[in-house]
Design a protein around this ligand. Structure first.
Ligand code: HAM
Length: 398
């Protein structure tokens, strides 16, 4: 999360914290009544004032609701980390509570912003060391060209209705795009030769997609066009994208995804304002890191662990001095034995144990003992312990 924040803040995104639940209408109007997440997966409840609320199933609708209320100057760029709740059948990589890191940028439909957002998502996965990554992109068109495409697709599906999966045979007419998203073999077969959205785009949407592709090429971000990529929410327009971690099972390998939603601000009561964003699923991201063995040997988590054999007061003061000097320090509590404290020091992952016993107190010193290397012990002056520890570490690490 810290790495994500650093990366997106470099690109001008500010942290936004929005509430864990909203009026249910924010999600219904935002994501679309017919979507699986809204119709089957939301945790809905009534509060004591009989308000109909829902736990957030994702971050975008709430951030856009906040934008509509606050009306900040555009281009407005926000990032967030949030739990998200979906009533799904729990399985590997799919949970009823998962966590998302995301960004939303509102106020322009310049395709360079699409490129920036996709590149940030890509940068996050690559920074963690994931190498087997596939970027899928598509364009979902806009209000001008999509209606005609939906008619063409519906006519195509009408002629093949009996070959669709049980669910979509009954439901495809309400939202034919969902059939393209369906993982059931029957629907996959039927849609293999379905008319393609990209071939039905109007001039402006074609131009937008062309500039997106040119931007990704210029930044050296590889991508594959996926004609079936429609994403699960109704708010998407034009650019849609997803990153798949190839080291994970195909059914659950989407580690992050997003797209443009140029009508969402208006749908939630604001002025016409285009926008785009993405969210990364933290659990999936970590699973992909594990599957690729991407995490480097963990860096030591602490610089020093104070072992105090004089009752605890020295540990209290020295950890405080070290932390004030921006060093990472911890200690044992409960006046434990020397042996137990050294064991805790070892387990803590610290580089150094700083030992203070009666002899050190009498001499005004601290003994510096290396926990992870064979280096010799040193004695440093107690009154400048933080500076001395920093020097010792810098010498060893340089
Ligand atoms: P989403 O694709 O539904 O998009 O979720 C984003 C990511 O959250 C997915 O790529 C996946 O890694 C993770 N995820 C989703 N559901 C689960 C689950 N049940 N268990 C574990 N991980 C899960 C959105 O939510 C959009 N709001 C993204 C966006 C932002 N579009 C525009 N701006």
């Amino acid at each position: 999360m810290a790495a994500f924040g650093r990366q997106v803040e470099r690109a001008g995104y500010g942290l936004i914290l929005s509430p864990m639940f909203e009026e249910v209408g924010v999600f219904v109007r935002g994501m679309g009544e017919g979507t699986d997440v809204v119709s089957k997966e939301m945790y809905e409840f009534r509060d004591k004032g009989d308000r109909h609320l829902a736990l957030r199933p994702e971050g975008t609708a709430s951030v856009v609701r906040a934008f509509v209320q606050l009306r900040p100057p555009v281009v407005w760029k926000a990032w967030y980390v949030t739990p998200a709740f979906r009533y799904e059948r729990p399985q590997a990589g799919r949970y009823r509570q998962h966590h998302q890191l995301g960004v939303e940028a509102l106020g322009t439909d310049d395709p360079d912003l699409d490129v920036e957002v996709i590149d940030l998502c890509h940068g996050m996965a690559s920074a963690l060391g994931i190498t087997r990554l596939q970027l899928l992109v598509n364009s979902l068109g806009d209000d001008v060209c999509r209606p005609a495409y939906l008619e063409t697709l519906t006519a195509y599906l009408d002629a093949r209705r009996d070959d669709l999966c049980d669910e979509h045979r009954e439901r495809y007419a309400a939202n034919p795009l969902r059939v393209l998203d369906c993982k059931d073999e029957a629907c996959v077969r039927v849609t293999a030769d379905a008319p393609r959205l990209l071939e039905s785009l109007c001039g402006p949407c074609t131009g937008h997609f062309g500039r997106l592709r040119a931007g990704l090429d210029a930044l050296g971000v590889d991508y594959t066009i996926d004609h079936r990529l429609v994403r699960g929410f109704d708010y998407y327009t034009r650019t849609a994208f997803e990153f798949a971690a190839l080291a994970l099972e195909a059914a659950q390998n989407g580690i992050g995804g997003g797209g443009r939603y140029d009508g969402l601000v208006e749908a939630l009561g604001g002025p016409p304002t285009p926008g785009i964003g993405f969210a990364i699923g933290i659990e999936r991201l970590l699973q992909a890191c594990d599957a690729e063995g991407a995490f480097p040997t963990p860096a030591t988590s602490l610089d020093a662990f104070v072992v105090d054999l004089t009752g605890g007061g020295a540990a209290r003061d020295i950890t405080d001095e070290l932390r004030t000097a921006d060093l990472r320090a911890d200690r044992a509590f409960d006046r434990r034995s020397a042996r137990a404290q050294l064991k805790a020091a070892d387990r803590s992952g610290a580089d150094l144990a700083l030992i203070v016993g009666p002899d050190e107190v009498a001499a005004g010193t601290v003994t510096v003992h290396w926990l992870r290397s064979e280096r010799d012990e040193e004695t440093v002056p107690r009154h400048e312990v933080a500076k001395a520890v920093r020097d010792v570490l810098e010498r060893a690490r340089s």
